[in-house]
Design a binder for this molecule. Structure first.
Ligand SMILES: *[C@@H]1O[C@H](CO)[C@@H](O)[C@H](O)[C@H]1NC(C)=O
Ligand SMILES: *[C@@H]1O[C@H](CO)[C@@H](O)[C@H](O)[C@H]1NC(C)=O
Ligand SMILES: *[C@@H]1O[C@H](CO)[C@@H](O)[C@H](O)[C@H]1NC(C)=O
Ligand SMILES: *[C@@H]1O[C@H](CO)[C@@H](O)[C@H](O)[C@H]1NC(C)=O
Length: 289
């Protein structure tokens, strides 16, 4: 996990994504001369939301008992996962944070949960967080060492997202943190095509810049982390890293996240419905040094 943290940087770089022809790989042009945004050292890494089990989208009710209101705080895997990313910053919140009231007893009314009602904003009534639950959550965050950001308003706290868009790929570039070069994040594509993305530090407009850049990176390696759903099922609860299921061991231990090493001169292959992190140590980006 420490590995994974190390290459996700706080500085964002400008990235332009262009497809030169239908059959050709897309080209990601990364301007490494200056950073366009920065996130702080312990940028929010994970969110614990408010959604109750009755929250359903696209035909599935996926939240189960994962809400702040009902999460099993004695689950060993949860504790191990938070500790594995230590220090993890947890954002507590989500859309319903605007509709939470706190069971302090001062309002006089009973402390009642969210109730599904399609006429209400976000499809639920106001809901109440009982104080004993708040105490349990606090004790758990202390024990796990998580740093907490508490969401009070759903409209605040959105990060800037420099989005390189063809309509098939979302692409972001960061300086690697505490390690040389840059890290690219490539997301999705369509559900039925595998795409390739070439990376260049030059303008993306001339065809030969890709070749030139590939020559510069000849002999260099990059590290790739390909995340896909098990059996291609986007609703699977099992995620594969480089084709291997990410599962805990018999003691609930979190698996190591190991990259595959790839020739940096080759385009990055991004499978249908996948997320790829690519750390390119030898990519020259003055903004990152
Ligand atoms: C749902 O919410 C609407 C608007 O607040 C309210 O008029 C209605 O009575 C509610 N329905 C139920 C079943 O509580
Ligand atoms: C992936 O991208 C395609 C094309 O933009 C879109 O139709 C599809 O819904 C996306 N899939 C997911 C899981 O976001
Ligand atoms: C991929 O899916 C889209 C829409 O889902 C469809 O229009 C297109 O023909 C498909 N392409 C292939 C190669 O199957
Ligand atoms: C980076 O480039 C140098 C010089 O070409 C090479 O020796 C080194 O192995 C490369 N590093 C990686 C991680 O590929």
């Amino acid at each position: 996990m420490v590995e994974l943290r190390r290459f996700l940087g706080g500085l964002w770089l400008f990235l332009a994504l262009l497809r030169l022809g239908c059959a050709a790989p897309a080209v990601a042009g990364v301007d490494g001369r200056r950073a366009i945004a920065a996130t702080d050292e312990d940028f929010v890494c994970a969110t614990v939301d408010w959604w109750p089990p009755e929250k359903c989208d696209y035909g599935t009710c996926s939240w189960g008992l994962a809400s702040m209101l009902n999460l099993d705080l004695s689950n060993k895997i949860l504790l191990n996962a938070i500790r594995a990313f230590s220090p993890l910053k947890l954002r507590l919140g989500g859309s319903l944070q605007d509709k939470v009231v706190y069971g302090t007893g001062s309002g006089g009314g009973p402390c009642t949960p969210f109730v599904k009602n399609s006429s209400e904003m976000f499809g639920f009534t106001q809901g109440c967080l009982p104080m004993h639950r708040w105490d349990e959550l606090n004790a758990f965050f202390q024990k796990s060492g998580a740093r907490i950001v508490f969401g009070l308003n759903a409209l605040n706290g959105r990060a800037p997202l420099p989005d390189g868009g063809t309509n098939m790929i979302r692409a972001y570039a960061h300086c690697a943190r505490n390690s040389p070069g840059i890290t690219l994040l490539l997301i999705n594509l369509s559900g039925n095509t595998t795409n390739q993305v070439s990376v260049t530090s030059e303008g993306v407009h001339a065809k030969n810049t890709v070749k030139k850049h590939s020559r510069k990176l000849a002999g260099s390696m990059r590290e790739e982390y390909h995340l896909t759903p098990k059996d291609g099922n986007l609703q699977s609860q099992v995620m594969l890293l480089n084709g291997m299921a990410l599962v805990t061991d018999a003691n609930g231990g979190i698996p190591r996240l190991e990259p595959v090493k790839v020739d940096a001169a080759h385009p990055i292959t991004v499978a249908a419905y996948s997320i790829v992190f690519a750390h390119i140590p030898n990519f020259s980006a003055p903004a990152c040094s």
